[in-house]
Ligand binder design. Sequence first.
Ligand SMILES: Cc1cc2nc3c(=O)[nH]c(=O)nc-3n(C[C@H](O)[C@H](O)[C@H](O)COP(=O)(O)OP(=O)(O)OC[C@H]3O[C@@H](n4cnc5c(N)ncnc54)[C@H](O)[C@@H]3O)c2cc1C
Length: 594
Amino acid sequence: MNVRTRQGKIERLKKHSKKSVVIIGGGINGIGLFRELSLQGVDVLLVEQSDYCSAASSAPSRMIHGGLRYMENGEFALVKESLHERNLLLNNARHYVFPLPTTIPIFSWVDGVLATTLKFFGLNEKPSKRGALIIKLGLSFYDFFTRGRTTMPKHRFHSKKETFKKWSFFNKNAVCSATYYDAWISFPERLGMELVTDAEEASDSAIALNYARLLRSDGQKLVIKDTLTEEEICIEPDLVVNATGAWIDNTNRNFDKSTDFIGGTKGSHLIVRNDDLYRATGDGMVYFENAEGRVCILFPYMGNVLVGSTDLPVSSPDGVHCTPEEEHYILESLKYIFPAIEITPEQVLYRFSGVRPLPSSNTSTTGQISRNHSCQVLPADHDRTFPIFSLVGGKWTTFRAFGEQVADRTLSELGLSRTTSTENIAIGGGKGFPETVFERKQWLKKISEQCRCSEQRAEALLARYGTHALHLADYLADKSNQPLDSHQDYSTGEIRFLIEKEQVECLTDLILRRTSLAISGDLNLDIIRELNGQMADIKQWNHEQQEVEFGNALSYLEQYHGVDYKTLSERSLKFSSCVTDKVSTPDLVETFVH
Ligand SMILES: Cc1cc2nc3c(=O)[nH]c(=O)nc-3n(C[C@H](O)[C@H](O)[C@H](O)COP(=O)(O)OP(=O)(O)OC[C@H]3O[C@@H](n4cnc5c(N)ncnc54)[C@H](O)[C@@H]3O)c2cc1C
């Protein structure tokens, strides 16, 4: 039996039930730590109850950023760490992380000086308007933290005239604007999957399983359930890491521990297809305050516009989705900044939501809750043979730093020491990624020759898989491969590659996370049917299983992303009358090429 298949891994765990570390939760924080520990040669198991990066880690604003706003809360150390990590990711994940010019429309010169000062000293918790002076101060700190590193240009202010020349849709009351640079991530879910793959490839004793849920513990063993087969596996760990994000306190109850570590807040985003709105972004992010002084964002994403977000306290992380009230709130915020742009309900193509695993807090507004991360330790005791580390908070941007800090603590607990730093290790298809225009051309030529495809398709493959596009080419060498009937931009061989190599277990893994079909707004009924057919062939599902999977995918899309059957079938009709040769490469990539 191949020890790297799902069944092979499960058989190994049944034979060798002892593990040094078990990480529960395969969001970006669990995955980041898994990779850290695997690279140090630690015998580590990661279990995720659903698919990797399917909860909060699939719902970010897709910013890889220092967190300009966090300075108001006095979190300078976090901003400094985040900017450092942002710069590392720009290097280590060149295929998915790109510079993002970000523009702030400004409506007064001095507003917010008093409110921001009071907020800084913890004397005011309400959101407030920020004028040019305060923004200048914040952006100057931002530049100061990255001084000496020439990764990206410094901030710049634009006069009213310059502002309206480029951002003609801005609310006419803007007095000026400022542009600074941050970064964005095109495919966070794919980057998460690549980290898992890198970690498993780095060490034979690193095992990751999706669809494996921690059920209970007797204080010595953990009972993990394979949720695909209902089989239960017992594991005896030396140390447990609870990386279950917004579920951390629920998970600790499995160990008879009542904790109050988490005070999660829900955030929702919309994907909008509206030409004026797309143009209004001025080819970058617009970072603006809505009528109540809360920061919102929008930027071009896969030919559409990504807009967000809300920040609402929730009592349970289960079943969160974007409500009609949240959608209305986001659209009203847009209207405040772009009053002349009309967005119709059918232009909202997709919605996504997640719960930020923030620390529990008694601040009166959610914006004031710290965005920092911490590792809360429950030591071993007479009822439990292993300590539990709970990973509270954390952002996509800082996953590596957080993972590194917790790995050091874990190594010390196990009496081991660090052998490798991950600071400069490229991730997945970011390894050897072309850095210059010339190198990029060479790569495109190589990919189009080996995949026997056009340069346009080679561009799409490089954007999707980075240098791993050549792994795909190798795989396709002796296999039949043609464009999908329902979507010319993906091919049958490519989908087969994803299913076989990237731990795809359910149809939703494929349409929501290994590909960008759902979030791009292109998904339709025909695509879902065709991919389900391919899944059924490879997984040898019978007709009944295939129907169940199809139904599950449809109800998931409706419940969690507001995309119902009617919309999917209407899109099918529309797309079949104009078979698309559109290639969904990410927007805003040009700024990356040197
Ligand atoms: C709306 C929003 C916007 C954001 N924007 C940004 C941004 O722009 N930039 C940025 O850097 N960060 C951003 N973040 C923050 C970032 O996305 C999260 O902090 C991060 O993804 C949290 O990762 P996690 O691994 O801790 O949690 P999660 O991703 O939620 O992972 C926890 C996992 O644990 C699993 N689990 C739960 N119980 C069990 C069990 N019993 N057994 C096995 N598995 C279990 C769950 O299924 C889940 O997959 C945003 C977050 C949100 C919600």
